[in-house]
Design a protein around this ligand. Structure first.
Ligand code: FRU
Length: 493
């Protein structure tokens, strides 16, 4: 049992009288709050957890520290939805009240077993300011939606020999009548790895060893967080959030990064044979994604649109961060494609459709920063073109296409409120820009998600525009032809 205690390690049950109400009031009217992206009413949100479609509802949890915008005692905040877009906050699913989780209920995943939803998570233990340990834990949701911690917790006590206290974020899945757990881990030599456990009943777990990754970057970083595994069309996909990997030109430029690997998971030999891998998202704020299958068998994914312990401008209003809009994942030509889930259309209102040509700058007056914009562009003779979002006479966010150099650039240097400037203000991807381009953009007050060519490349970024920076511009150095379809989107959380 750890005696280490700091003020930030208290649960919501230890709130002072009126404290939560005060937090709620303070955070309530911030105009940067999203309308259709999941965000906390107050406090700090990070990773999505325990995603599932269970008993007629989408179940979603996220890491949550209620008392401010620091990374303190993490709870699993709980939300539900019947349609994947309209969400209801239903309180806290897991509160870390026990000694085996004395410093937080850290991230994890869920799996349905015998009509119950098993929620696996990490009990974080701080031994002192720098040293830590971890226990793997289980909570079970019954068909009425009630959650109870498993009586024999922790299901895995401590971390195995050869690894530091950084072992966390269980991903549990079933294959050939056995359950498997992958955990993110740090070896004693301070390099990142995945370790695996196996179980017959999903309660008692046997340590298997390390999952060897064959054919991935050599310098693997110092810790691998949030392993995620999904099978799409018979292909195995591992997604993870490594810390400390090297920059490769335009890739991995964030403090922490997310990588996906497509290949084959060979459980008998504890090996993942990588056939292709890439950076998951090219934006500034994207981390700890988690996937799940829904009732239609779709592969859906949410991520934390945030990064590390960065300070964001909403901190002063006592709330921080949001999740991405749910994405559907598909595979084409050994690459992962991501698009907003089709239910987005349930939120549409105020349609605006324009088909025309531009050479120079075309301005669109806009007074609502919660919208969806789809552009189909015929590039004709133009080699350089793009668009500005969040435009006012003071600032803009620019997405530009350079056909000759095969580059797409997202530039947030012309926004007044800066975040993490030390990591640069531009993100780039290489892309063969053909004669036709499809761009889908979700804007929601303080988040922008940009999907290029039906989800081949994606940029997710937080942005904190001034209150009146809302206009849209399309620019081109020569003729382009475009179809512009814009919908304002309804508030759904
Ligand atoms: C990733 C992460 C996880 C951990 C959680 C704690 O953002 O660091 O590894 O479980 O956040 O909130």
């Amino acid at each position: 049992m750890s005696k280490y205690k700091e003020a930030k390690y208290r649960t919501i049950y230890e709130a002072r009288d009126g404290e939560l109400q005060e937090l709620e009031n303070k955070a309530k009217n911030d105009f940067w709050k999203p309308n259709y992206h999941i965000h906390p009413e107050y406090g700090l949100l990070n990773d999505p957890n325990g995603l599932a479609y269970y008993k007629g509802k989408y179940r979603l949890f996220h890491q949550w520290y209620p008392f401010g915008t620091i990374h303190g005692m993490k709870h699993w905040a709980q939300l539900e939805s019947t349609d994947l877009v309209n969400w209801e906050r239903v309180g806290v699913g897991i509160t870390p009240t026990e000694t085996y989780e004395s410093h937080g209920a850290y991230s994890g995943t869920s799996i349905e077993i015998d009509e119950k939803l098993y929620l696996y998570y990490t009990g974080n233990i701080k031994l002192d300011k720098v040293n830590r340990s971890a226990n793997q834990c289980l909570a079970i949701m019954n068909k009425n939606g009630e959650i109870e911690k498993y009586k024999n917790n922790p299901i895995i006590l401590g971390t195995p020999d050869g690894y530091t206290g950084h072992v966390r974020d269980p991903k549990v899945f079933k294959k050939d009548n056995e359950f498997y757990m992958i955990l993110g881990a740090q070896r004693i030599d301070e390099t990142g790895a995945f370790i695996m456990y196996k179980s017959k009943d999903a309660l008692e777990w046997e340590f298997l060893g390390e999952l060897a990754i064959k054919g991935f970057i050599e310098k693997s970083g110092y810790m691998w967080e949030c392993p995620d595994y999904i099978n799409i069309d018979g292909r195995d996909i591992l997604i993870f959030s490594p810390q400390g990997i090297d920059i490769e030109e335009e890739k991995y430029n964030n403090l922490f990064n997310v990588v996906y690997m497509i290949g084959e998971l060979d459980l008998a030999n504890l090996e993942f044979k990588v056939e292709s891998y890439d950076e998951f998202d090219a934006g500034f704020d994207f981390y700890a994604p988690q996937s799940f299958k829904d009732k239609e068998g779709r592969s859906l994914l949410f991520a934390w649109a945030g990064m590390g312990e960065f300070k964001y401008p909403t901190d002063k209003n006592l709330w921080a961060n949001c999740l991405t809009f749910p994405r559907e994942l598909t595979i084409k030509d050994n690459r992962l494609y991501q698009l907003p889930a089709k239910e987005l259309s349930l939120l549409r209102k105020d349609e605006e459709i324009i088909n025309e040509k531009v050479n120079g700058i075309k301005k669109f007056e806009n007074n609502n920063n919660s919208y969806e914009l789809e552009l189909d562009i015929k590039t004709l003779n133009s080699k350089n073109f793009g668009l500005n979002l969040l435009v006012s006479d003071k600032e803009k966010l620019t997405l530009s296409f350079d056909k000759k150099n095969k580059k797409v650039v997202l530039d947030r240097s012309n926004l007044i409120h800066k975040i993490a400037e030390e990591f640069g203000q531009q993100r780039k991807v290489k892309l063969d820009i053909s004669d036709e381009i499809n761009i889908k953009i979700l804007v929601d007050n303080s988040i922008v998600e940009i999907f290029i060519n039906n989800g081949e490349k994606v940029f997710t970024s937080r942005v904190f525009p001034l209150n009146n920076s809302k206009n849209i511009e399309i620019f081109s150095e020569d003729d382009i032809e475009y179809s512009y379809r814009k919908y304002n989107l309804k508030k759904s959380i």
